[in-house]
Write a protein that binds this ligand. Structure first.
Ligand code: SF4
Length: 680
């Protein structure tokens, strides 16, 4: 039943900026209204936010629970579908709880993610729970925890206007986070200088005073050379290094080989540009670093994150306005899903999965134990399911058939998996392969909290009851947990919000009451006694046990197979488009967005195209050692010579990206810097 007229505060379902907006449900129709007073949105929505309501009524919605019968789906009731799912999970648990795996989701609320990992850990007794952070920012969390003790943005996005220099690495805010780009433009107008590190030119890089375009995969060499130059030029903030950090001497010793000549040779960036960029970052302070998946989606993703953190530590550019380390998180609630512990090696609040923390969480959850062995990451769960080592794979709101590398093999593996459940709002490519599909509610049909990229936790409300037979992910998970014997019976989302405030240390005090009274949310960490948030981290202490940051020498990692050669002379990278988001499941179905980019194109530098005799607009084949696709060519100097690029919101990109190359710390697949050949 639709409520007659309802105007509620909600949050855009797309990017991690977390723009607030109003949803107005009237006469069964939804409209979106801008919120001028919202501190992130400032009354502006990008095209994705503007058209987000169109998802609610789309014909691709999963309308009823479905069960596979042979090659077809049959409609059923939710009760029946959940009963089957629960029986399959119980059967698998009897043998071994690790024969069940869960994909949580960066699109759903904190409460829902918290419940999914609680179901996995406290009820099923497995740490096999992960989500799409494995494909975007897992190295950010790991690298920052290793160096400064906590894996999130240090400064709010509005603070960028206080910086005199902004270093933007592997990040295109115009396309990725328009709300962040708007603030960068404001900073530029105020005289802030910009350094871009990105093999691609973009609308964002028009802000650049200096643009370094390294070969993909060589960031560690570039950043280590910048660090060495800062030291050699006597630009180190010695007082800061002495009082706030450990490990400096060892780190400096390890930098010896990173001369400007070496960096120029490996990265292809002229050394005078590296020199100028370093001078600017180190002397025109305060300086802040923003970065995106151009940094993280490599075999050296964690090393790249560490290398950038080293620049901030050397120059004391952290803990103050206008400084900091800002990993801009992609999906609307990827920060929250990580905070809630939807990772196989981390309990909520980034507590490592080990004996001691397992005891803490078991006690807090009132259960006899939770497992203390780390579980499997997303791709490992898919592999295990295809090998008969996982009996039930439960996927919430994710689309690995498009978004995982070598995605054709993911399709084959899911076809072989014994039992796959997909809980989603749309009939995605992954849902098409499931044994049971459960219809979930869209953002506008439910309530809960989300945490944006700047750690702002905001509560949003339901504008209309779920259409068709959809239910909120909260509702479905609670029902399933009951069938599996969970003793806690939640009746409201707010009960879970309050449990998070009690159980997850970094959310202490962020109760339902606090969130619903603060219409723009509160940043975590939050002090319930004073009602204030720590909006800028590390002013006095880092979040390490002794309060000091760690100098760590980042390693160069570049396997032979990721180096271009005569046969595969180009390096392929992927990039984001303004009008699409991730696998494109929610954006390709919105006509106003789809028609802006209905198909992928391969971008190639004009000099490379000329050498190969290729013309703009013609069909070409892109072939890696693992796969090939045909698509149209776009000849443009948006990429440097030797590099080609494809948007990754289309299935084609991950046909070419191989499986099997991972960041050694967090198992992030190497999406960027794939040797390919291109031919007509
Ligand atoms: Fe939505 Fe991000 Fe656009 Fe804001 S900037 S409207 S959160 S997609």
């Amino acid at each position: 039943m639709t409520l007659s007229r309802m105007k509620v505060r909600t949050i855009c379902p797309f990017c991690g900026s977390g723009c607030g907006m109003y949803a107005i449900a009237e006469e069964g129709k939804i409209r979106i209204e801008r919120r001028r007073e919202h501190p992130v949105a400032e009354g502006v929505l990008c095209p994705k936010g503007t058209f987000s309501r169109k998802i609610v009524y789309h014909e691709k919605r999963v309308k009823k629970p479905l069960i596979r019968r042979g090659s077809k789906f049959e409609e059923t009731t939710r009760k029946e579908a959940l009963k089957i799912v629960a029986e399959r999970i119980k059967e698998a648990m009897k043998d071994d709880p690790t024969r069940v795996g869960f994909f949580a989701s960066a699109k759903i609320t904190n409460e829902e993610n918290y419940l999914i990992q609680k179901l996995a850990r406290a009820v099923v007794k497995t740490n096999n729970v992960d989500h799409c952070v494995r494909l975007c920012h897992a190295p950010s969390a790991a690298g920052l925890i290793m160096t400064v003790g906590s894996g999130a943005m240090t400064n709010p996005i509005g603070d960028v206007v206080n910086a005199k220099t902004v270093l933007v690495a592997g990040y295109n805010p115009f396309n990725t986070h328009p709300a962040v780009f708007r603030r960068m433009m404001k900073a530029k107008r105020n005289g802030t200088k910009f350094i871009f590190i990105d093999p691609m030119k973009s609308k964002s890089s028009r802000l650049a005073d200096i643009h370094l375009q390294p070969y993909p995969g060589t960031d560690v060499v570039l950043l280590n050379a910048m660090a060495k130059l800062i030291i050699d030029q006597g630009r180190v903030d010695e007082e800061f290094v002495k009082s706030r950090t450990v490990g400096y001497e060892e780190y400096v010793k390890g930098l010896e080989k990173y001369t400007l000549d070496y960096a120029e040779k490996v990265t292809g960036v002229p050394k005078d540009l590296i020199y100028k960029a370093t001078e600017l970052y180190a002397t025109n302070k305060p300086s802040v670093i923003y970065r995106g998946m151009g940094i993280t989606q490599h075999v050296s993703g964690t090393q790249n994150v560490i290398a950038l953190a080293m620049l901030a530590l050397l120059t004391g550019n952290i803990g103050k306005p206008g400084t900091g380390l800002c990993p801009a998180r992609g999906q609307s609630n990827v920060q929250g899903a990580c905070d809630m512990g939807c990772m196989p090696n981390m309990f909520p609040g980034y507590k490592k999965v080990n004996e001691e923390n397992a005891k803490y969480y078991a006690e807090k959850r009132g259960v006899d134990y939770v497992p203390s062995e780390p579980g499997l990451v997303t791709r490992e769960m898919i592999d295990a399911a295809s090998e008969g080592k996982i009996d039930v794979l439960y996927i919430v709101g994710e689309n690995p058939v498009i978004s995982e590398p070598n995605n054709l093999s993911v399709r084959e593996k899911l076809e072989k998996a014994p039992f796959v459940v997909v809980q989603d709002i749309l009939m995605t490519e992954t849902a098409e392969l499931a044994d049971v599909v459960l219809p979930a509610a869209t953002r506008l049909e439910k309530e809960g909290s989300m945490t944006n990229t700047e750690r702002r936790v905001q509560y949003f409300f339901k504008a209309l009851d779920p259409l068709y037979e959809a239910k909120s992910d909260f509702h479905i998970i609670v029902e399933l947990a009951k069938l599996l014997g969970a003793d806690r019976n939640y009746t409201t989302v707010g009960q879970v919000t309050d449990e998070i405030a009690n159980v997850v240390p970094i959310y202490r005090g962020i109760t339902y009451d606090v969130l619903t009274k603060n219409e723009f949310g509160v940043a975590r960490p939050y002090d319930p006694e004073t009602g204030k948030s720590e909006t800028i981290l590390y002013a006095e202490r880092f979040k390490t046990p002794d309060g000091k940051a760690r100098f760590i020498l980042p390693k160069e990692i570049l396997p032979e197979d990721l180096i271009p050669n005569d046969e595969y002379p180009f390096l392929l990278i992927s990039f984001r488009l303004l009008e699409h988001r991730n696998s494109g499941a929610m954006t390709h179905i919105i006509p106003e967005l789809h028609r802006l980019s209905p198909e992928p194109r391969l971008v190639m530098n004009p000099k490379d195209a000329e050498k190969l005799g290729l013309k703009d607009g013609q069909m070409v084949t892109v072939e890696s050692r693992r796969g090939k696709v045909k698509l149209k060519l776009k000849v443009a100097d948006e990429v440097r010579e030797g590099v080609v690029a494809m948007p990754y919101h289309f299935a084609e990109t991950n046909v070419v990206v191989p499986h099997g190359f991972f960041d050694e710390v967090v198992k992030m697949p190497n999406f960027k810097g794939v040797p390919v050949k291109v031919y007509a």
